[in-house]
Design a protein around this ligand. Structure first.
Ligand SMILES: [Zn+2]
Length: 185
């Protein structure tokens, strides 16, 4: 299970392993935590006290330090796994639900016609629909979108990137995801 790393103001930064989180605790880099500790890592025996060090790892840890503003303003990187997760693995044209291998990144305005490879111009489509639409815009192909694209915010991006997500982590992230997101659907 991964740990959600935040900056000190509570903005998501990364998913890290419990071991990486333990390094943050050990170097006194953790400002605050959320949720109940779910993992205990045991370290060496202290020579002076004879007590074995132990670090309890929490599902959400905020690290000390300056808040980088640049990452916050950038749109999250577009990848197929995140795109398909945003669109719930549903083809935007036929409405079918498909497995990962059967899905494609469909450019609403084809790249060859000036469309951009961005969250707002990309939608999830099955191979058949993508092939049928070809090098046309939806109107030309007489195909309409069953749902619309949008740019996930940073919190939603962390959900789309996460593999197995704790309830504590999901509650924290979803609280900052707009109601318009499909994750609330
Ligand atoms: Zn389809």
């Amino acid at each position: 299970m991964d740990v959600l790393q935040l900056d000190v103001s509570g903005r998501p930064q990364a998913w890290i392993s419990p071991r990486e989180a333990a390094l943050l605790y050990a170097s006194d880099a953790v400002a605050w935590t959320l949720g109940d500790a779910f993992h205990v890592l045991r370290g060496g025996i202290q020579r002076t006290t004879g007590i074995q060090s132990r670090i309890a790892v929490h599902p959400i840890v905020a690290v000390r330090g300056a808040v980088p503003t640049r990452a916050w303003r950038q749109a999250p990187a577009l990848t197929n796994p995140k795109l398909f997760a945003r669109d719930r693995s549903v083809c935007a044209y036929c409405g079918g639900h498909f497995h990962f291998e059967e899905l494609t990144r469909e450019h609403i305005v084809p790249v060859s016609r000036g469309g951009h490879d961005t969250w707002m111009n990309c939608i999830t489509a099955c191979r058949a629909c993508n092939g049928r639409k070809g090098n046309r815009v939806p109107e030309e192909a007489r195909m309409s979108l069953l749902y619309l694209p949008y740019v996930p915010n940073l919190h939603e991006d962390m959900i789309l990137r996460g593999r197995r997500i704790f309830a504590d982590q999901m509650d924290f992230l979803l609280a900052s995801v707009p109601r318009s997101s499909r994750l609330h659907g």
